[in-house]
Design a protein around this ligand. Structure first.
Ligand code: HEC
Ligand code: HEC
Ligand code: HEC
Ligand code: HEC
Ligand code: HEC
Ligand code: HEC
Length: 443
């Protein structure tokens, strides 16, 4: 009779435990998507939200119609659009985007205020957009800015970007495992007790029980398991931390002279090699000496009105050219050098550790890889930044994936046939040629 009662309470506990674990799991897991898509979460808060909106669709529309004047997180010709959905009534936004001039003309105070704040610059009318289209655009612009740190953590040694398991999920799983252990131990204890009672074995009375902490310390198994879990958890975080150290993706320091690749390499289409001439023939690409700048800037002492943007005025750019004159000792009035020079110390952005060997000419001249493949859209960069992670995984991945350029390549013309024979295929990757051998990249 007693035993039956005991089993009953044990199974009750089991059910209770399962329910508890289930709800716990649910809350942990359910929070995950909410973190990935805060857009939807935000929109359910605004009463007039008609639908979540399709972010991908919105991105397309935004890039083709709005990006000329708007950025998501920065002021451009028009205001930054991140946050607008919370700032204004949805119906008002529909009207504004479809025809802002009409709204201003109708005497809408809010519309007039924005228009005046932006020096009465008129925004285009978009009568062709439906409310759903505008919802999609809003879904896209309401996406929070991606943290650069988050991008870094996905770059591992092997360059493989796992499934993107977040630390919350891992922590949740660890917590669940721990809880399950506690429950199982409790059940085992309970069952053993009931067996003992059934067999009339003497057990210490509950008043004589050792306190919980003592029981814990005495239970070697429990201590061991806790220690392992603690070690695993801390190891996970320490590993994550160290994988980020030295990865400077996105690094964009302030330079002594504001030098814009957008204006030089982009708008004025000056070739990269005009300034970084050694990329073709040597290990280093190098930064040009100020003499190279002066080839042009003896005659260019100011920028055109149209070069200025909302963010950088003509006066600002002209001031930067004056810094170049000061550094080279050029006197524009007398059109001669005074001899009073000051060195300009450009802050180095891309920098591999000393133990890794990288050669520009091997990649640019021999392999024919475009600068942009590694350095990103340089011709659009107002401020230079590090585009690629420059980790070992990044180098290796590309060596695995990129076929060696053997056709139309003087370097390989003669040996192409021999190499093809050697590797038994017409195409082979940098990896096939030994591009994964440690010694190729490490001294
Ligand atoms: C030709 C440039 C231009 C284009 C293209 C443009 N806008 Fe605008 N937008 C502006 C300007 C300028 C303002 C500031 C108000 C004014 O001066 O009319 C503005 C204001 C806004 C505002 C109000 C923002 C605030 O914070 O007050 C919204 C919303 C907006 N635009 C949405 C859009 C959307 C959506 C598109 C694309 C479908 C778009 N705009 C395309 C120039 C533009
Ligand atoms: C008119 C000269 C000029 C031209 C043309 C030019 N650059 Fe530069 N580049 C510079 C100067 C000056 C710096 C150093 C200042 C800075 O980092 O913005 C630099 C810096 C860089 C850096 C970062 C160097 C570092 O410190 O790690 C890269 C990468 C780069 N340029 C790539 C390019 C590419 C690719 C092109 C062609 C699309 C190009 N540059 C065209 C002058 C030029
Ligand atoms: C081949 C010609 C050429 C060379 C070489 C050149 N520039 Fe320029 N630079 C220009 C032109 C063109 C403009 C833009 C004029 C305009 O928009 O009206 C400009 C604009 C500028 C500006 C104002 C815009 C900005 O980028 O901040 C600065 C500062 C400047 N150059 C610095 C440099 C420096 C430093 C070098 C050497 C590393 C250099 N330039 C090399 C042609 C050149
Ligand atoms: C295969 C990838 C790759 C390509 C292609 C590439 N770079 Fe680089 N670049 C790098 C790496 C990696 C570094 C860092 C090198 C170091 O620290 O030793 C770098 C550094 C630089 C620097 C800093 C100074 C230096 O030499 O270390 C400049 C400037 C530069 N690159 C310009 C260019 C230009 C211009 C081109 C195209 C002609 C180009 N790069 C093509 C990967 C590349
Ligand atoms: C965009 C693709 C790409 C990236 C990124 C890249 N490489 Fe390469 N690399 C190549 C190709 C293609 C070749 C083969 C060149 C040839 O034809 O010999 C090569 C060749 C080499 C070689 C010569 C291998 C041999 O067999 O002689 C070395 C060393 C090298 N890369 C180092 C690096 C390092 C270090 C990095 C990272 C900092 C890197 N590469 C990143 C494409 C890349
Ligand atoms: C294609 C070029 C390349 C090859 C091949 C290569 N490495 Fe690396 N390795 C690098 C670069 C670049 C770094 C620097 C990465 C950084 O700064 O994050 C690096 C870093 C390392 C580090 C320091 C830890 C780290 O990730 O920062 C070790 C250890 C290492 N490599 C070992 C090896 C071994 C062992 C091999 C052979 C199996 C090898 N590497 C092959 C390019 C290479």
């Amino acid at each position: 009779m007693k035993q039956v009662k005991n089993r009953n309470s044990a199974s009750k506990l089991l059910i209770l435990g399962t329910v508890f674990l289930f709800t716990f799991f649910n809350t942990v897991i359910a929070q995950e998507p909410a973190q990935d898509q805060p857009v939807e979460a935000l929109e359910t808060n605004t009463e007039e939200a008609s639908s979540g909106g399709d972010v991908a669709q919105g991105e397309k529309l935004f890039k083709s119609l709005c990006a000329a004047c708007h950025k998501r997180y920065k002021k451009a010709v028009g205001p930054a659009l991140f946050g607008v959905a919370d700032k204004y009534d949805r119906q008002w936004i529909y009207k504004w985007v479809k025809n802002s001039a009409e709204l201003i003309a109708s005497g809408d105070q809010q519309a007039i205020a924005i228009w005046e704040e932006y020096n009465k610059v008129s925004m285009n009318a978009f009568p062709q957009l439906s409310n759903a289209d505008i919802d999609n655009i809003l879904a896209y612009v309401m996406e929070p800015k991606a943290e650069p740190a988050a991008a870094n953590t996905t770059v591992g040694v092997s360059g493989q970007t796992g499934g993107g398991v977040s630390s919350d999920v891992i922590l949740g799983i660890l917590a669940v495992v721990f809880l399950m252990l506690v429950v199982v131990l409790f059940l085992v204890n309970k069952t053993l007790r009931s067996f003992a009672e059934a067999n009339n074995i003497e057990l210490p009375k509950s008043e004589e029980r050792t306190p919980l902490w003592k029981a814990f310390v005495q239970n070697q198994f429990l201590v061991l398991v806790s220690a392992i879990i603690l070690l695993l958890a801390s190891g996970y975080f320490v590993y994550g931390y160290f994988m980020q150290v030295g990865v400077d993706q996105g690094y964009a320091p302030v330079q002594p002279i504001h030098y814009s690749h957008r204006i030089h390499a982009g708008e004025n289409q000056i070739e990269c090699k005009y300034c970084h001439s050694s990329a073709r023939v040597s290990k280093h690409s190098g930064i040009p000496s100020l003499n190279v700048c002066m080839n042009c800037h003896k005659s260019i002492s100011e920028v055109a009105e149209t070069t200025a943007t909302e963010e950088y005025s003509k006066e600002f750019y002209d001031g930067e050219i004056q810094k170049l004159y000061k550094a080279t000792g050029w006197d524009p009035a007398s059109q001669s050098y005074t001899g009073d020079t000051q060195p300009v110390k450009w802050v180095r952005i891309h920098n591999l550790p000393d133990f890794a060997y990288f050669n520009h000419s091997q990649h640019v001249s021999v392999a024919g890889v475009a600068c942009q493949t590694c350095h990103g859209p340089v011709e659009e960069m107002e401020i230079m930044y590090q585009n690629a992670p420059l980790t070992m995984g990044w180098c290796i991945n590309c060596h695995r994936e990129t076929n060696v350029n053997v056709t139309d390549n003087g370097y390989y013309e003669k040996i192409h046939k021999e190499l093809s024979k050697k590797y038994g295929v017409d195409k082979f990757t940098a990896a096939d040629m030994g591009g994964l051998e440690c010694g190729k990249c490490h001294y």
